[in-house]
Design a protein around this ligand. Sequence first.
Ligand SMILES: Cc1ncc(COP(=O)(O)O)c(C=O)c1O
Length: 390
Amino acid sequence: MKFAPITDRLMNLGSDKWTLHFRTRELKAKGEPVIELTIGEPDLTPDREVLDALVSSLYSGRIKYSYGRGEPDTLEAIAKKYTKARGYQVDVENVICFPGTQTAIFATILGLTDENNSILVGDPYYATYEGLIASTGAKRISVPLKQEHGFRMQASDLEREIREDSRLLLLNNPNNPTGSVLSKEEIQEICRVCEKHDLWILADEVYENLVYEGEFYSPLMEENYRDRIISVASVSKTYGVPGFRSGWAVGPKEFCSHLVPLAETMLFGGVPFIADATAFALNSTSDFVDRMGSSYFHRAKLIVEALAPSNKIKPFLPSSGMFILVDVTETGMDGEEFAWKLLETEKVAVMPGNSFGKNAASFVRLSLTVEDDLLVEACHRIRSFVQTQD
Ligand SMILES: Cc1ncc(COP(=O)(O)O)c(C=O)c1O
């Protein structure tokens, strides 16, 4: 049978990145005592009011077809949130709803690029980016995020990689997996380079509310460059409800009017009762994300402390997000070998760094989404694993 080239391009880029995670779930289902530090599922219970809003909307009959751009109240709530957070007037015409940040990125890339273009992305990058870029046939160009710069993208490193066919920079800030947060000056420099080379900036800002050191700054705060900037995010992390699959893109009105038909063709609208719960969450004064952020930062420091006695592995304290990278170079293993052996021998599941790009290959990524005691136990097992490798 014949398939379209997109299926070949995506062949090893979907769930293959998460093989170790799925193996972990299998082991757990068999009753093995695995400590799972793989994916980023918030462990704090979401606000009861948000769930109540969803249920009452569902029972009120909000189960019919909806608008392609998004439900009016939800668009309004997103526009209001961005007006306040970015410091300029954002209208509903600047917004489109999507089922999560993932789809918002997919549709944006599809709407802006094709196989004749290249897309620049910082490496390390979020695991699904490779597939998202490959889906359109565009070439992926990695911009090295260097540890000596705290894994923050430097405009000079970006400019060095830009080519004639480059159309878009996919900028993840705050970054997963590194937890780094770009400064205002770094964002301004990056914007300048993107304008000089006529690039769109697609800013994945899903962790904007989970910054615990430094200040979040969005390219959308830069008035002069707004006509080339799209910000995407969702309720997944901020309200602890990734299963809602509810996100959005905010950008120039012209961009949105071009993207709405694409969104309609792909999705034919969203889920009204989820849209209502999204609007409720965005309009609420929930402190959920602040509580979550403090517990993640506390856990990141706990891990740094618990791993300190081992001089062979080096945790990199994040400034944001729900993960911590640990450099395993000095064990003589790369992240992939380390992660699989650790799972086999000590029943601790961490993500191999190479799922997040070439520059993360000598790292493993630990999720901060399990309670403190278990994290400390995981660190003890990691240390004893490292010792037995001597
Ligand atoms: C950087 C980044 N972007 C996007 C996503 C996907 O988010 P969503 O649930 O909104 O699709 C994640 C999820 O972990 C992420 O870490």
